[in-house]
Design a protein around this ligand. Structure first.
Ligand SMILES: [Zn+2]
Length: 420
């Protein structure tokens, strides 16, 4: 067996709970100058610099650290049985522009702390534990999110690496600047059976925990997202000389379609639906709109709801505009299935929450996470801690230190159970 870096950590005399929060606040000091909030976007010098801190924290917690060809930081705590697949804990440390301090870093810092607590427990686990800080989870100028976890799952293609940002830089070049090695990207893929399970702690980014006055949730599924472009073809006419009953108004058809999409999103309380983009031609105050193009997007953790919504949407795109003499045409942009969290891992998370005196909610996640990519490599499950006021992707994003601590304790308890 390779070099063993196991040695138990003495239990810190200072309040253990304060450590994760202190680490989070230290990381939050490394932000892009001149940007609002706590901005630390992937492929910036500040992001690269911040990961030196993550690296240091991993090392001081007894992890062997390496950077894989996709730029992921992977800290390894070797178990006693090298033949067992590893338990993986992780999240991301990049943010959106104008983002907060918790979306992502909370999960990475809690994972590092979970390893510290395993070591302070003094019993070396049988299973190897990896702590992963995945590169670039948030969307970037290359139009791709979850760069690192995508590579770990073997889904980062040569075509992806050739994507170009506004400055003309390829994703491959950007990855190299982050210490990655795009020529060896295939080696970032976890070999089959390398990982036994993936656990990710994350802030809820919604207000359901707060409203229920709970501190923890076990995620049931991560919503699948379907997006369709709907083109509506009417007729351009003079806004003065064309009587109201002779018009084929694409804008009004788009308005009706949008209201119907809202209605679809309200069905059964199982999903959400949005029209967030609408383009008009000729978009002129004295011309009846000839063409409208909108994008309908809907999300659900329930596969059946999504496919039923697909059918209803197709139907309404034929019927609703036709009432106005407008032709509707639908093109699917993407249809991603929900990611269902492992029932077995969820029960471990529930038991771990109860072990520390918390009764967790069961929630679906409406935002995407690295876990979606990782789910194709091994079973996954997630824990949510509260977001004050449900705010996220904004500077006001906040989770109380006690809530971070509760999440960390539950994660550490689950990791202890799963690593044996
Ligand atoms: Zn996140």
């Amino acid at each position: 067996m390779a070099a063993v870096n196991w040695y138990p950590l003495p239990v810190a005399s200072s309040e253990a709970g304060g450590r994760v929060f202190a680490d989070l606040m230290r990381l939050a000091e490394v932000v892009e100058p001149g940007q609002p909030g706590w901005t630390r976007r992937v492929f910036t010098p500040e992001y690269l610099q911040s990961r030196e801190l993550v690296w240091e924290l991993m090392v001081s917690s007894g992890l062997e650290v390496r950077r894989d060809p996709a730029g992921n930081l992977i800290g390894t705590l070797r178990g006693t049985d090298a033949g067992l697949p590893a338990l993986v804990l992780g999240s991301h440390t990049d943010t959106v522009a104008g983002g907060g301090r918790f979306d992502g870093p909370c999960g990475v810092m809690a994972a590092i702390e979970a390893v510290r607590r395993i070591r302070e427990g003094g019993v070396r686990p049988r299973r190897t534990v990896w702590v992963v800080d995945f590169l670039g989870e948030e969307p970037n100028d290359f139009g791709i999110s979850c760069v690192g976890s995508r590579a770990a799952a073997g889904h980062l293609s040569r075509e992806h690496l050739q994507l170009v940002d506004r400055g003309g830089r390829t994703l491959a070049e950007a990855l190299a600047q982050m210490g990655g090695d795009p020529d060896r990207i295939a080696e970032a893929r976890w070999r089959a059976g390398a990982a036994s399970a993936y656990l990710e702690l994350h802030v809820e980014q919604g207000a359901r925990l707060e409203e229920a006055a709970r501190r923890l949730a076990v995620v049931t599924a991560i919503a699948g997202i379907h997006r369709a472009e709907i083109r509506l073809e009417g007729r351009a006419d003079h806004a003065g000389t064309t009587p109201m009953d002779r018009r084929r108004d694409a804008l009004l058809a788009a308005a009706e379609v949008s209201l119907e999409v809202e209605r679809l999103g309200r069905r059964k309380g199982l999903g959400v639906a949005t029209v967030g983009r609408l383009e008009l031609e000729p978009n002129s105050p004295n011309v009846v709109a000839e063409r409208a193009t909108l994008i309908a997007e809907y999300r659900s953790g329930d596969r059946g709801w999504l496919s039923a919504t697909d059918e209803l949407l197709q139907e309404l795109v034929q019927k609703v505009p036709a009432r106005r003499g407008v032709r509707g045409q639908l093109t699917w942009l993407s249809r991603e299935d929900p990611t269902v969290c492992s029932e077995e891992l969820r029960s471990v998370l529930r038991a771990s929450a109860r072990e520390i005196g918390e009764e967790p909610l069961e929630l679906a996640s409406w935002a995407g996470h690295d876990a979606v990519q990782v789910a194709t490599a091994c079973p996954v499950a997630m824990l949510f801690v509260p977001s004050r006021g449900g705010r996220s992707h904004c500077p006001e994003e906040w989770t109380d230190p006690e809530q971070v601590e509760v999440g960390t304790r539950a994660l550490a308890a689950a990791a202890t159970r799963l690593a044996g």
